[in-house]
Design a protein around this ligand. Structure first.
Ligand code: DQA
Length: 146
């Protein structure tokens, strides 16, 4: 499949713990269950997806840097790095790949420090607060940019 029909989905730190991590905020689906939903929607939309998770900021930066060679768009839940990482913001800005920022919870309804996203200005737009469905809405949005 041509690179322009391929979307990279990145999950940031602690998202590997989904299912048991604060289910009242993040729900009870595991990361693998969410990934299955993403893959099934991708199939329905006729696009290819690759899904990766990392707890390491540097690894996420490297994946973003390399993404344009293989992918036409990006969906990213940078998790806690959303609020702290100038490096992720700079990487997203540098590659200029259309990216959609997603969050399971509504970060604007939580602690003050979560309301600020350092990556928001480096992405096309943000989807937050729809639970696991945020990823599916994010994928639909990203596909529009392929
Ligand atoms: C999150 C929100 C972040 O504030 C938090 O650090 C996460 C997950 C979300 O998906 O709601 O780990 O990105």
């Amino acid at each position: 499949m041509a690179k322009r029909r391929k979307v990279l989905v990145l999950h940031g730190p602690n998202l590997n713990l989904l299912g048991t991590r604060q289910p009242e905020i993040y729900g009870r689906l595991t990361l693998e269950q969410i990934n299955r939903k993403i893959r099934s929607l991708a199939k329905e939309l006729g696009v290819e997806v690759e899904i990766r998770q990392s707890n390491s900021e540097g690894e996420l930066v490297s994946w973003i840097q390399a993404a344009p060679k293989q992918f036409g768009a990006l969906v990213i839940n940078a998790a806690a790095y959303t609020h702290s990482s100038v490096a992720l913001r700079d990487a997203l800005t540098a590659v200029g790949l259309p990216a959609v920022e997603v969050h399971i919870s509504n970060i604007h309804k939580r602690e003050e420090f979560r309301k600020r996203s350092l990556i928001a200005e480096a992405v096309v737009g943000q989807i937050a607060g729809f639970g696991a469905n945020s990823y599916l809405l994010g994928l639909r949005a990203a596909v529009e940019y392929l």
